[in-house]
Design a binder for this molecule. Sequence first.
Ligand code: BTN
Length: 325
Amino acid sequence: MKTDDAVLQSLRRERTRFISGEDLARELGVTRAAVWKAIEGLRKLGYDIAAHPNAGYRLDGVPDRLYADEITHGLDTEYMGLSVHAYESCDSTNDTAWNLAQQNASEGTLIVAEKQMKGKGRLGRTWSSPAGKNLLFSVILRPKLAPDALGRLTLVAGISLVRAVREELGVPVGIKWPNDIVHKDKKIGGILTEMSADADRVRFCIVGIGLNLNSDPESLPEGAMSLKKLSGKAVPRAKFLQVFLRAFEKDYETLKAGRFDLLADDWRQFSETIGRRITAQMPDRQIEGQAVDIDVQGCLWVRRDNGLQEKILSGDIRHLRPAHA
Ligand code: BTN
């Protein structure tokens, strides 16, 4: 372990107490000068470390940065997010994850970036987000499922995101089918799931998530919303990510155990789409009607005005009437 990391670990352990440079040096088997250098290095990264001539050092605050250590420290999952690749900037965390998955990165590996140069959205769109404010991350999964499970997996990630937001921030966000995280029809987050598969077997899946946590209200494009604006306070990003990873591991295990039915019930509860009048853009045409339910595949069923029901496999829908008058 690098001295900086080891010093940080010791400071975290001591919490609100001071620990002397001498004790740190002895504990870590390094010189006091090396301890000082590590403290300076950590301060440059944004850690708030108090120094007292007699008492030593104390960790007073951690930066709101997505360092691997901030994400894994105290994360009590079995595998989700325990291996972290953190970047200041990358083209797309989904693309980086794809490359790592091809090099055998393990299930649950997390790729996170402060900024993306070529962030990808669904249906060939782009995803842009100001640097250092929000969450942009991807998780590598290796489910032993048939390729048609992809739709369900995508819904599951949406469910876990909603759980995390509600649990951590108490903001009643919902899901617009298939998996936009919304509040009163304003978009807060999106999910892009990609898959490498043979005909009958998934090799790996990449679940990529963009979530507007701390975007400043004035920087939000039309139709978008941030959790900071909704909750009135900045959201500590690494802590929020931990809450999501915990929820997602649990929900993903439920999916793998063949109990999508349980998850579908939660999805229905969180849904902003069911019961609404919508239009659905299909590859070859557009239909209008009332969203009725999702099925075991995660497809959306729509009742048209002629009474016939149609199944939407994928694509884009639009909510027609406001949900909240
Ligand atoms: C959508 O609603 O269109 C999906 C947006 C998904 C964006 C995330 S940001 C992290 C990950 N990397 C990407 O390039 N895209 C996803």
